[in-house]
Design a protein around this ligand. Structure first.
Ligand SMILES: Nc1ncnc2c1ncn2[C@@H]1O[C@H](COP(=O)(O)OP(=O)(O)OP(=O)(O)O)[C@@H](O)[C@H]1O
Ligand SMILES: [Mg+2]
Length: 307
């Protein structure tokens, strides 16, 4: 079956201005390096890795919100990499994003019904009455009853605002949702509610989700497979259980070391590699040359060569 989203050899180079010295000069910063990922329909793919490893840049490129420097993006089998504004519009409907602080973008002067209905309005879908009815239904789907339609963002808790952001993202019935740290601003019980909500909606609406997170326990409970990013590259990818029980890349192992173990009898052997040890085991790269290949070491388990 055609995947909902496929990224092929995506890279992003940012030109950074270097201060200091007499002449201003720019240096290239390779934020994402040759990333290939497949998000099958109705699945949740976790994207994990340290801060600055390129997760958000990858998610933004997938949605054409950041232009790739190289590579291709396929949505439902169509190459959207080079589509212009008009041709891209139907694909914009199919792809939505929820951020950690999506609610900061909620217009404080609009009611929640107006906020959730706005994408329908922007795309000219249905009458105003239809749009409002759909928005109220979507609020109910996200666990807020219809009376919330007349409320304003400042009346809500953080978890409720994130529900509104999710309702707004899903009102166009997208096939792909990029969820970039959608729960990291929430406390534990609310986080669990939002995760359950995403799972329910995913099952109900047939959604495919690229789930970016630092929270490995959430990733473990939510995702079907996991890709691990390190310094702009995918270094390991496998089914979620494989990542958590049989990780092979030193960087993946060091990420897992950081998960607290509640039951002392279930304690894993930990590696506690230093950063220098991880980097020593990882191919050193200069510029665009020598992009390491991922090798399939078992069905569905891809691993970058370790030195
Ligand atoms: N607009 C930009 N201009 C220049 N550099 C950028 C820009 N956006 C991101 N970067 C750089 O690209 C790299 C990857 O950033 P990105 O935000 O994708 O990382 P991340 O994995 O999402 O990190 P975090 O976990 O902190 O959210 C970083 O080195 C970052 O400084
Ligand atoms: Mg990020």
């Amino acid at each position: 079956m055609t995947p909902a989203l496929e990224l092929r050899n995506l890279s992003k180079t940012y030109q950074l201005r270097q201060s200091g010295g007499f002449f201003a000069r720019t240096v290239d910063h390779l934020a994402v390096n040759n990333v290939s990922l497949t998000l099958p329909r109705n699945q949740i793919l976790g994207l994990v890795g340290e801060s600055g490893s390129g997760k958000t840049t990858t998610g933004m490129m997938a949605m054409r919100l950041v232009e790739p420097s190289a590579g291709q993006i396929f949505v439902d089998g169509t190459d959207i990499t080079a589509l212009g504004h008009a041709a891209l519009k139907p694909y914009r409907r199919k792809m939505q994003v929820v951020f950690q602080d999506s609610y900061s973008a909620l217009d404080p002067m609009m009611t929640l019904a107006q906020i959730v209905a706005e994408p329908l309005h922007i795309h000219g879908l249905g009458s105003v009455a239809d749009q409002t009815a759909q928005a109220l239904d979507m609020l109910v789907k996200t666990g807020l009853d219809r009376t919330y339609g007349n409320r304003y963002p400042h009346e809500l808790s953080g978890g409720q605002r994130q529900r509104v952001a999710i309702a707004r993202a899903l009102i166009l019935r997208p096939s792909v949702l990029v969820a970039d740290e959608p729960t990291s601003a929430l406390d534990v019980s609310v986080k669990a509610q939002i995760i359950n909500l995403l799972l329910d909606l995913q099952a109900e609406m047939g959604l495919s989700i690229l789930f970016i997170s630092h929270d490995l326990s959430v990733v473990r409970s939510l995702t079907d497979k996991v890709a691990v990013m390190f310094q702009g590259r995918i270094v390991e990818e496998a089914a979620t259980e494989t990542i958590f029980t049989d990780a092979r890349h030193p960087y993946t192992r060091s990420l897992l070391d950081a998960i607290p173990v509640l039951n002392p009898r279930a304690r894993r052997p930990r590696t506690f590699l230093t950063r220098a040890q991880i980097e020593a085991a990882t191919p050193r790269l200069s510029g665009q040359d020598g992009v390491p290949e991922l090798h399939e070491i078992a069905p569905g388990h891809r691993l970058e060569a370790i030195r």
